[in-house]
Ligand binder design. Structure first.
Ligand SMILES: Nc1ncnc2c1ncn2[C@@H]1O[C@H](COP(=O)(O)OP(=O)(O)OP(=O)(O)O)[C@@H](O)[C@H]1O
Ligand SMILES: [Mg+2]
Length: 287
């Protein structure tokens, strides 16, 4: 059982508190649901993929893909091998341009933007297999996550907050990142993404290859980060675990969304249970 922030009743301090370089950085991703001052912004999804068709050469990877992430949500994208999950992340991060369709972040198209520009708009990334700089220290890796920021004092404060949120990372701060365990590296990758103060974090298989202890720990941290105001779009093959912390889920099959809905409904859906839960319906080859 995963002890999510909601379940444990943890009430952590917000990641970005008052007086932390506000005005220079993107606003926090969530506002109280009762905030009626910006009704239009409240209604608008944070991220929208509309009718995306993407290709690798002649091979079509997405067919009219429609996905939404609302402010404050954790959205899980599920699906078996080669169903197009990682390609969806590439589209969001501007690493692959769809042949047709639209990607909107805060209602604005990101399609003409480079990846660094998209990151500056407020999308952070925890890529598949972590992709740390192995020869650099943990501290240097974390600071790389703030490369787009010029507010040095706030960056230093955020680094301190990350070390509070990830005590294991704090213990390893001067180690070379490549010497850390997979679970520790995953935490560094998450902290690095948060150092950019994103409104949305995209994660590709954050529990991949981790020991069961770290799987629970990482999912708990994702729920906790979300509870502190960061929206999450995560790819997972482990549907059961992902849906336990998610608000909403989508199931991809060979580039098409075949099922979507509130996470608790998907958890109860016989089609999901048959395909993904119980046995390792998500049997996969390590990558
Ligand atoms: N660089 C590439 N060049 C050509 N085809 C690719 C490339 N990357 C992915 N594909 C193809 O696109 C489709 C979707 O791949 P993608 O990596 O998005 O799947 P996935 O759901 O992330 O799979 P996995 O669970 O194995 O990570 C697959 O058919 C894959 O072979
Ligand atoms: Mg993948």
């Amino acid at each position: 059982m995963i002890a999510t922030a909601a379940r444990t009743g943890l009430a952590p301090a917000p990641l970005w508190g008052e007086g932390r370089g506000e005005g220079e950085l993107p606003e926090r991703s969530t506002a109280p649901a009762s905030d009626e001052r910006q009704p239009q912004q409240q209604q608008q999804p944070l991220l929208q993929l509309r009718k995306i068709n993407s290709f690798y050469g002649p091979v079509q990877a997405h067919f009219d893909l429609d996905i939404e992430v609302r402010r404050g949500q954790i959205v899980s994208l599920l699906g078996g091998n080669a169903s197009g999950k990682s390609t969806t992340m590439k589209i969001v991060l501007g690493l692959l341009k769809p042949r047709s369709g639209e990607v909107l972040f805060n209602g604005e198209s990101t399609l003409g933007l480079s990846t660094p520009q998209i990151v500056r708009r407020g999308i952070g990334s925890v890529p598949e297999a972590r992709r740390l700089f192995p020869a650099m220290t943990v501290r240097e890796n974390l600071l790389m996550g703030a490369y787009a920021r010029s507010d040095r004092k706030a960056v230093a404060e955020d680094l301190e907050r990350m070390l509070e949120l990830f005590p294991r990372v704090a213990e390893r701060i001067e180690f070379q990142a490549g010497t850390l365990s997979g679970g520790e590296q995953q935490m560094v990758a998450m902290a690095r993404a948060l150092m950019g103060r994103p409104q949305l974090i995209c994660m590709d298989e954050p529990t991949m290859g981790l020991s069961p202890l770290y799987v629970d720990k990482v999912l708990e941290l994702i729920a906790r980060i979300n509870a502190q105001g960061v929206s999450v779009f995560m790819v997972e093959q482990n549907a059961s675990l992902a849906l336990q912390i998610a608000h909403h889920g989508y199931v991809l099959q060979t580039g098409r969304i075949v099922l979507s809905g509130p996470a608790r409904e998907l958890l109860a859906d016989a089609r999901i249970r048959d395909a993904y839960l119980g046995g390792d319906g998500a049997a996969r080859t390590a990558s």
